[in-house]
Design a protein around this ligand. Sequence first.
Ligand code: FES
Length: 145
Amino acid sequence: MYSEKVMDHFQNPRNVGEIENASGMGTVGNAKCGDIMRMYLDIDENQVIREVKFKTFGCGAAVATSSMATELVKGKTVQEAMQITNQAVAEALDGLPPVKMHCSLLAEEAIHAALWDYAQKNHITIEGLSKPKTDIGEEEEDEEY
Ligand code: FES
């Protein structure tokens, strides 16, 4: 059912953790299943994403897609990161079963939510980025996912 890459990223997820004083942080939830993902970005003065970490409280496909998403955005500029869709993440994993495609949306939304936070903090506009609907914000700040 799952590709080897999905299994690999599920069993050995890359970039798990958090970044203190992150340039941007976003937390999103999937209303269908209740799964949650938080993404941290460290972005330098040239708008290059130097470091990225994530925490996911969710299914295997959500873990694998967030792991792959972090690998894809690392080293990219903010604008390049905006081009990374959930489809691109799923393709990089050699596909996901159709019923699991919604899980890959979490990764895309978490990146966007973290970029939104970064843009807000720095008073900049990122082309194509709109306020994340599913950002559940700071209120669960102290919870460990
Ligand atoms: Fe919830 Fe996959 S079932 S993100």
